[in-house]
Design a binder for this molecule. Structure first.
Ligand code: UT7
Length: 325
């Protein structure tokens, strides 16, 4: 089996910034509540008419540039998103056309906040078994399009953005170990009930606000802490490693209190945990890949370093991955 690594990363965050002060004018909330309960200060919001493919293509172009690769050489595009341009066709197909990646096989995956780790795991299989030479994995979300701006329980949490990674065979290091999981019995605690075949769009689904995401935050919080802790421990065990071998842990950015509770349980000091939640909020599938991209561009992940990615989200789904950079 070939060794597979990430050879280039990129991100795009929309220009418009929504601060906690803006939200104070929209719902009954406060900067103090949002900051202390979530760690979020601001988030980026897509412009009117800007869809997931528009964000994704800009992130992809940066990742291709950093990987020194041309779009026409891409063989696979996997897009992780829960806010694709439309229910079908795939956002990956739309991005293929915008990039001019004519050769690439394309599909989307629905694994919510765990989407990027699911995506690189799929891409890794295709490259390591020799089916494709390379792959572009994108996490892109316009969560503002499914956010209920009247619901203070959820509207303060999310943001829009995109990140991308180019994967290819590497001579050494690369993806060392990946672990994925799912518990479909808890679909009800984080979902968007309207718009699918269960509740197709009608006036009633719109009136009942069913085209917005719904979340039982408190219940999720506890599950997230335990699941992310277990996922990190499992992937380390699989790799026969310990936390002493990890230079940086990049967790899903849902809530800084979740992240710090996981770090505490795992005995990892705060300085070895990467956060971009303060500036970006929770961007679902885009959170992990933008955080990874920023950590690399800021020099916090250097060649030879070992990083641990740890994700959790709607499904419920989770995953963890160890990469030698
Ligand atoms: O990315 C996928 C996975 N997502 C997650 O893992 C999210 C997990 N959950 C969370 O991050 C947290 O549960 C939240 C940030 C969503 C909520 O924090 P919490 O500490 O669990 O608060 P809570 O839901 O227990 O609510 C506490 C209080 C309630 O008031 P009462 O009933 O105690 O009077 C809420 O109504 O805070 C109130 N509240 C707010 N107050 C001001 C909820 N949202 C707000 C708000 N501003 N925006």
């Amino acid at each position: 089996m070939k060794k597979v690594g990430i050879i280039g990363v990129g991100e795009y965050l929309p220009d418009r910034i929504l601060t906690n002060a803006h939200l104070e004018k929209m719902v009954d909330t406060s900067d103090e509540w949002i900051t202390t309960r979530t760690g979020i200060k601001e988030r980026h919001i897509a412009a009117a008419g800007q869809a997931a493919s528009d964000l994704g293509v800009l992130a992809a172009q940066q990742a291709l540039h950093n990987a020194k690769m041309k779009a026409e050489d891409l063989e696979l595009i996997v897009v992780a998103t829960i806010t694709g341009d439309m229910p079908f066709p795939s956002t990956a197909a739309i991005i293929q056309d915008k990039l001019g990646a004519k050769k690439a096989v394309c599909f989307d995956i629905s694994a919510a906040c765990a989407g990027f780790v699911y995506g690189i795991s799929i891409a890794q299989q295709f490259i390591s078994n020799g089916t494709y030479k390379n792959a572009l994995v994108i996490g892109t979300e316009v969560l503002s399009s499914v956010t209920d701006w009247k619901d203070r329980n959820t509207c303060v949490l999310f943001g829009d953005g995109a990140g991308a990674a180019v994967l290819a065979e590497v001579p050494k290091g690369g993806i060392i170990s990946t672990y994925l999981g799912c518990d479909g019995s808890k679909v009800g605690i984080l979902n968007m009930p309207g718009g699918g075949s269960r509740n197709p769009a009608t006036h009633a689904t719109v009136d009942n606000r069913m085209h917005f995401l719904k979340m039982e935050g408190n219940e999720l919080f506890k599950i997230a802490v335990n699941t992310m802790t277990r996922a990190a421990e499992t992937v380390l065990k699989q790799a026969n490693m310990t936390f002493a071998d990890i230079d940086l842990i990049i967790p899903h950015q849902a809530n800084s209190r979740i992240i710090m509770a996981v770090a505490k349980k795992l005995g990892i000091p705060e300085e070895r945990v990467y956060l971009n939640i303060e500036r970006c909020g929770n961007m679902s599938s885009a959170s992990m890949v933008t955080a990874l991209c920023e950590a690399v561009l800021e020099g916090k992940v250097k060649r030879g370093d070992t990083v641990l990615l740890d994700v959790f989200g709607a499904g419920l789904v989770w995953g963890a991955c160890i990469i030698e950079w």
